[in-house]
Design a protein around this ligand. Structure first.
Ligand code: GLA
Length: 446
């Protein structure tokens, strides 16, 4: 990783006209448990890690924003700052910066739009499920706050900024929630963050010190805002559809005024249901494995066009209908697992944490449909090599797994996973992309 002084030196080389550069950082994150829950307003349990994005930045007076990466694979880009910044094509990396700047302009009600020069570097792998995209959004936000002379924690709180940036990221087209931005801004050394949403709340839980959190990259890339966009959004869309059907059922049972904005409202909204009550209502709302679009439309008394506009956008109807019951089962069971996992961490019970991680992987794979052959193989190799818990982490379909490994077994674990997954399964000859993740503090300035 390029150190701060060297980054400043390269900045001067890259932007000889610019004034003195400042440097900010935003870490990646690994989610220990609670997958595809955040956008439904249900809790998650991630931690911020040591790998991070660093940006050297300095203001410009002409309203132009330029971005350059130390890695020459990223094109140098420039765009005008304004009250309505035009989005670049899907998958373009500048969209993450545009998202951050646009959001701050609007939330801080800016009427003038300064420019800035950015030089970016990272040791955080891209498209590996470690939230490099949200780290870039948050790092750009910190740079822009610096240019605006706004102080993080005084003019804008960390929770406020997390909320803004979570909404901002929808600018790139993904329908994710606020987990990544929140932990990236609020992480604490040695701790995972149990996060609740709407409004965002953070509770710290210590990571066990006699176990390592080991991250293994499956080497299957997931460009969440590019090729994998529709696959990622299928999760949020299915949950929205399920929520619409549950709202319909709830209105019939409790009265027409019931409104469910998201699944989490079953517990945290005006209904305030217990787990058992929520499960019962879900079972009555979605009584069978799958529902066709025609059946959903009939149940909701809406046309296909209305259902698409309100819930599922362009989502394709799978053959045999939407597997809503399984998608919902993941939400109900994962919610409980996150709460139990927080208790396990508080109690220092790593074995229990491991069991919950294993159960979470099964639920992600069988019920939520976000695993893959590679991730399943990597998880199996990890358990055989000494992990007490192993699961996919992040959006799914590829990216990384997170593994809880007793400290004294880490070496054997790495050797075992290298042999069985990277060598035998993938036929990958290079260095195994495995690292021990340290829980670190959130984004800041150097
Ligand atoms: C992505 C999204 C997050 C979250 C995870 C899945 O990382 O950005 O908001 O939905 O997927 O848990």
């Amino acid at each position: 990783m390029i150190d701060v002084e060297e980054l400043k030196r390269r900045f001067r080389e890259c932007y000889p006209e610019a004034g003195e550069a400042f440097v900010c950082r935003a870490p990646g994150r690994v989610n220990l448990i609670g997958e595809h829950m955040d956008y439904n307003g249900l809790p998650v349990l991630p931690m911020a890690i040591a790998q991070e994005i660093r940006i050297a930045f300095a203001p410009r007076t002409d309203g132009v924003i330029t971005m350059q990466n130390v890695d020459p694979n990223y094109p140098r880009v420039r765009f005008e700052n304004s009250d309505d910044i035009e989005r670049s094509g899907a998958g373009s990396w500048e969209n993450y910066c545009k998202a951050a700047v646009q959001s701050l302009n609007r939330n801080l009600e800016k009427t003038s739009f300064p420019g800035m020069d950015l030089l970016i570097t990272a040791d955080l792998p891209v498209a590996a499920g470690l939230s490099s995209s949200s780290a870039l959004v948050v790092a750009c936000a910190l740079a822009y706050l610096g240019v605006l002379d706004q102080t993080l924690g005084r003019d804008v709180s960390r929770l406020e900024l997390a909320d803004m940036m979570a909404r901002a990221e929808q600018y790139v087209g993904t329908r994710g929630g606020g987990m990544d931005q929140t932990v990236i801004l609020n992480g604490e050394a040695g701790h995972a963050c149990k996060i609740d949403f709407f409004p965002i709340r953070v509770e710290l839980a210590p990571v066990p010190d006699d176990y390592a959190i080991v991250v293994c990259d499956s080497l299957v890339k997931v460009e969440k805002s590019g090729a994998a966009l529709a696959r990622f959004n299928a999760g949020p869309w299915a949950c929205r559809l399920a929520c619409g059907l549950i709202e319909q059922q709830a209105r019939e049972e409790f009265g027409d005024e019931v409104e469910l904005k998201r699944l989490g409202d079953l517990w945290f909204g005006p209904l305030c249901l217990t787990h058992d009550e929520a499960r019962g209502l879900c079972e009555r709302a979605i009584p069978k494995e799958t529902m066709t679009l025609a059946e959903v439309c009939a149940r909701l008394g809406q046309t296909e066009e209305m259902v698409r506009r309100r819930y599922i956008d362009t989502m394709q109807e799978p053959e045999g209908g939407f597997p809503l019951q399984r998608r919902l089962r993941h939400q109900l069971t994962e919610f409980k697992r996150v709460e139990t996992a927080r208790d396990a961490l508080q109690a220092g019970d790593a074995e229990e944490m491991g069991r919950l991680m294993n159960a979470s992987h099964a639920s992600c794979a069988d019920d939520f449909g976000i695993s893959s052959r590679e991730l399943d193989a990597l998880v199996a190799a990890a358990r055989e090599s000494g992990a007490v818990g192993s699961r996919l982490t992040g959006a799914g379909f590829g990216g990384a797994t997170v593994n809880l490994v007793p400290l004294e077994k880490v070496e054997a674990f790495i050797a075992g996973v290298t042999a069985s997954y990277y060598h035998d399964f993938l036929k990958h000859a290079g260095e195994p992309p495995i690292f021990v993740a340290e829980a670190r503090s959130g984004a800041d300035y150097y």
